[in-house]
Design a protein around this ligand. Structure first.
Ligand code: SF4
Length: 516
């Protein structure tokens, strides 16, 4: 479907936009074999931005020819072949390390340019892609990691996710958006898809139509984090599962055609929704989709923070799933391979990634879960983790991210281990650490959010420091955490958190958490 680039005549477009008008991001896939053959020096610097469309970021230091690479895993659901391929890519090409991201994708580091064509070949064979895992395009679809096996889901969202994913994937009509575009499709009643922090979210709902209760979705638009966070607002529409793709296409087309392209800082959908107001936005959606039913009954009930630890019964009689802790989402690819192997021996081979940066092994015959859990791997990756290490998240940080001001993953892991030792508490505390205001580690919705920055000391040295935010949640449509006064130097941060948490422990009721 051809569309008119209505923004093309605007003289105030930012530099990225001007570049995108002359070359579509997806065309980088035609260039990569040539660059891989001729070496990193053959890539003009003005081409770096296009690599993002292939899920690739030039990794710092930027002269080494290494990339950070992200692979999409829609709704976190992967077959055994896909899980083994992801482990192999990490083992062979990425120094045996992989990260589970907060959008259920898999991310690698140190990926060499010359190996990219080979890696793309392997991924394609397994039905996986890095395409549009970054860039100004629809990102990995976030969803229910338990889709299809979940006793708490309104219906199985896998076919819907699949349809929407294939519709948008490498679709030239949607490969030039003002910036990234994040979709969540979830029918778990505990908001497993973190609806409120997505650009477009489908949430579980029912509606009585002609005397019959129909299961479908409500729709939220305009959520997002970063320096100016917004919680998504609900449209007054009810969407049947088979209408999801068309509604997603309409919202994305509005963003494409009316989203701001002057300043990248204001380019996300949240600014358009805030400026237009939800009524005007809804009118525009209906113009494109035709009439839709008004909203029905919201089926979301509470929020579990994206945690599914332990062994639990599936909706399929006789089967269980096992939720495993992967501290700050980082693991050896060889350990990931071992999870894939165990999943095959005990289950169907499937693995699931969770937006809390953890893993799920589904389809274990319930009588076999004990035997599975005797495996040594579960000492390293427990199903009942400690209350700090098991509930800590972290973005990529300054090891690999070009925008980071501080370390995050290693520092978060050290601090969580320290708190596990020093603070004996009866509830988990979710601490999310991010290395800059972009908040990829979702610090805004954590019990305690920690955001890295640089401080200048009296003797003019730059040192790592942090701001602390408390009380974030997505319960009851969400509330972002609030900043405490002051900035904390890195060396004193663990102790400050310890005394803060001891105060919380002494003053809270038994079983009381930060957010409930
Ligand atoms: Fe990088 Fe900032 Fe995102 Fe962390 S939050 S991964 S430092 S851009």
């Amino acid at each position: 479907m051809a569309y008119e680039k209505v923004w093309a005549k605007d003289e105030r477009l930012n530099k990225n936009e001007i570049n995108k008008l002359t070359k579509d991001g997806l065309s980088i896939f035609d260039d990569i074999p040539k660059y891989a053959k001729n070496g990193f020096e053959s890539i003009p610097k003005d081409q770096y931005m296009y690599f993002k469309y292939a899920g690739l970021t030039v990794q710092q230091p930027q002269d080494k020819g290494l990339f950070m690479m992200r692979v999409k895993v829609p709704s976190g659901v992967m077959t055994n072949e896909q899980a083994v391929t992801l482990a192999d890519v990490g083992r062979i090409y990425a120094r045996n390390v992989l990260d589970i991201t907060t959008r259920q994708a898999i991310q690698y580091h140190w990926v060499p340019l010359e190996k990219l064509p080979e890696i793309f070949g392997r991924l394609k064979q397994a039905g996986l892609t890095t395409s549009e895992a970054e860039g100004d395009a629809p990102r990995n679809i976030m969803g229910n990691p338990l889709a299809g096996i979940d006793p708490d889901e309104l219906f199985d969202t896998r076919p819907v996710v699949d349809e929407v994913f294939h519709f948008f994937q490498d679709n030239p009509d949607f490969s030039n958006l003002p910036r990234k575009f994040k979709i969540s499709i979830n029918a778990n009643i505990h908001n497993a898809g973190h609806a409120e922090i997505n650009d477009l979210a489908f949430t579980p709902a029912t509606k009585v139509i002609d005397g019959e209760e129909v299961k479908g979705f409500h729709v939220k638009v305009g959520g997002g984090l970063a320096a100016k966070p917004y919680l998504a607002e609900q449209l007054d529409i009810f969407v049947r599962p088979e209408q999801t793709k068309d509604v997603a296409a309409a919202v994305t087309a509005i963003y494409r055609d009316y989203g701001y392209r002057k300043s990248r800082a204001r380019a996300r959908l949240k600014y358009l929704v805030a400026d237009w107001g939800i009524e005007k936005f809804q009118e525009k959606v209906l113009e494109l989709t035709g009439p839709l039913l008004t909203a029905g009954h919201d089926e979301t009930s509470g929020w579990n923070g994206g945690y599914f630890y332990g062994a639990h019964l599936q909706k399929q009689l006789g089967y269980s799933y096992v939720g495993v802790s992967v501290p700050v989402g980082r693991m050896k690819a060889s350990d990931f391979y071992e999870f894939a192997r165990l999943a095959k021996v005990y289950g169907t081979g499937e693995l699931r990634t969770v937006n809390s940066q953890n893993l799920i092994i589904p389809y274990i015959p319930t009588e076999k879960t004990g035997e599975l859990l005797e495996n040594d791997l579960f000492r390293k990756f427990p199903i009942h983790p400690t209350f700090f290490t098991g509930y800590a998240m972290a973005c990529t940080g300054n090891e690999f991210c070009n925008l980071a001001l501080t370390n995050t993953k290693d520092r978060m892991r050290e601090i969580a281990a320290y708190l596990d030792q020093e603070v004996d508490i009866d509830v988990p505390v979710r601490i999310n650490m991010v290395g800059c205001t972009n908040s990829c580690g979702q610090r805004h919705i954590a019990d305690i959010g920690i955001q890295g920055l640089k401080l200048r000391t009296k003797d003019k040295q730059l040192v790592d420091a942090y701001e602390i935010f408390v009380g974030g949640t997505l319960l009851n449509s969400g509330h972002f955490n609030e900043r405490l006064k002051g900035r904390i130097a890195d060396f004193i941060l663990p102790e400050v958190l310890k005394y803060f948490l001891l105060y919380f422990k002494e003053n809270k009721r038994k079983g009381e958490t930060f957010f409930a």
